[in-house]
Write a protein that binds this ligand. Structure first.
Ligand SMILES: *Cc1c(COP(=O)(O)O)cnc(C)c1O
Length: 421
């Protein structure tokens, strides 16, 4: 009965062909064991967050509103303590004053690198927006090196060892693949490379761009000794509820340098009005494991159904994950545009908009972005982006609920397969 109702609604109201819906039912069956795995990771992370909230005696008095300088902001302070327990770190900055994840990364680099220091990225080319920051670091006489991954997936330990010098101050990695087809780096791999580097020189700061990775595994890079772990609140750890901001968590002295950079030397962590947002940041953190699990199920569902229709997918539906990104090679520009139009059509907000390819500063080709989000640019909400270049790969991420994610994939796939107008 319910299945009939669903089928009728999908065909009549959303115009999806029965063949696509049937494929969806099959794909959902095929991913059952992966879904169970995702649930058990979600359960562990949920209890980790609950425990951190209880340990820090979170109370409704923390849902305060601070203004002005923001001195004695109890909600902001408890949020940062809870992040420390969740990430297993000494100190945290979880602030709405960060305008984006890129801003938080910039504060960590500018706050901790001085004239003559060296930064080495050991996960290959970082994502596009970071290039402007690196150029600025170089202008300020900070040395920069980049080491490629071996076979697009493993740290090149020989090259790392050879390149470390007495000037090497920070070694950084990007956990997620970003807009590339290299593998994302799981926490075990990250832990091993941290051990390797600390043996060479324990004073090197190991920094992780953790965007899209939070709560995908049971552990975070900080559990294995990352000195600075950084991410965006409008991705995984904000749970779709946080409205803006980012976090940095790690060693106390390094966090102090980040807050000097974000605010001013001498002002630091005691300042920064949270304007009532701590409530949303706490609430978002609490639901984040569940939201991440919905995003992950959507990603493996997309991987499964696209491979059923002979598209190449990265990672495969049966692969273990360390971030929420799903890449699919759509073979042609037309497919790419049809799929992104479908993603937009399947969104709760702005579904009547049509995404179009556009030139964006920092990219060497046009980009198409589809998102009908509650929070602008939030990529924990179901969304898809694609640089328009061979092999026409679309990067799909997020979903606040599993059933929206699953059906949005079906609606977009239907539009692609049936060349709908
Ligand atoms: C999203 C993201 C960031 C931060 O980007 P913002 O849009 O500035 O928040 C950094 N690194 C990676 C890999 C990302 O995906």
């Amino acid at each position: 009965m319910t299945d009939d109702l669903y089928l009728k609604f999908m065909t009549e109201k959303f115009g999806v062909e029965k063949k696509v819906i049937d494929a969806g039912i099959q794909a959902q069956k095929n991913i059952l064991s992966m879904s169970k795995k995702i649930d058990s990771i979600c359960e562990f992370n949920q209890m980790k967050i609950l425990h951190a909230m209880q340990k820090n005696k979170l109370s409704d008095s923390h849902f305060n509103f601070s203004n002005g300088y923001g001195y004695n902001d109890a909600g902001r302070d408890v949020l940062e303590k809870i992040y420390c327990d969740v990430f297993n770190t000494e100190d945290s900055l979880v602030r709405i004053n960060f305008v984006s994840g890129t801003h938080a990364l910039a504060c960590a680099f500018f706050g901790n690198l001085n004239f003559g220091d060296e930064l080495i990225y050991i996960s290959g080319e970082p994502y596009d927006s970071l290039k402007n920051i690196i150029q600025e670091l170089i202008k300020r006489r900070i040395k920069y090196k980049k080491i490629e991954l071996k076979n697009n997936k493993d740290f090149d330990l020989d090259a790392i060892k050879k390149n470390i010098s007495p000037q090497t101050k920070i070694i950084a990695i990007q956990r997620s693949r970003g807009y590339s087809l290299r593998e994302s780096l799981n926490v075990r791999k990250i832990g091993n490379v941290i051990k390797f580097i600390k043996k060479i020189n324990p004073n090197i700061i190991f920094l992780v761009d953790n965007c899209y990775g939070e709560f995908v595994e049971e552990f975070e890079p900080s559990d294995f000794g990352a000195d600075l772990t950084i991410g965006s609140l409008i991705k995984n750890p904000g749970g779709g509820i946080a409205k803006t901001g980012a976090y940095i968590t790690g060693k106390k002295n390094l966090i102090k340098n980040c807050s000097c950079q974000l605010f001013a030397p001498g002002l630091e962590k005691e300042l920064g009005a949270s304007l009532g947002e701590s409530f949303y940041n706490l609430y978002g953190l609490f639901v984040a494991p569940q939201v991440v699990s919905c995003a992950l199920k959507t990603a493996i569902f997309a991987a499964e159904i696209f491979s059923m229709f002979d598209f190449e997918v990265f990672p495969k539906s049966s692969d273990n994950r360390t971030d929420i990104i799903q890449a699919v090679n759509l073979k042609s520009k037309e497919n790419l545009i049809k799929f992104c139009e479908g993603v937009q059509k399947a969104s709760p907000v702005n579904n009547f908009f049509t995404p179009t390819p556009e030139k964006i500063p920092g990219y060497d080709c046009e980009i198409i972005m589809a998102a009908g989000n509650f929070i602008q640019g939030s990529s924990i909400e179901f969304s898809a982006d694609a640089p328009i270049r061979n092999p026409y790969t679309v990067f799909i991420q997020g979903s606040l609920t599993w059933f929206h994610g699953k059906n949005a994939v079906l609606i977009a796939l239907d539009r692609l397969l049936n060349k709908k107008k």
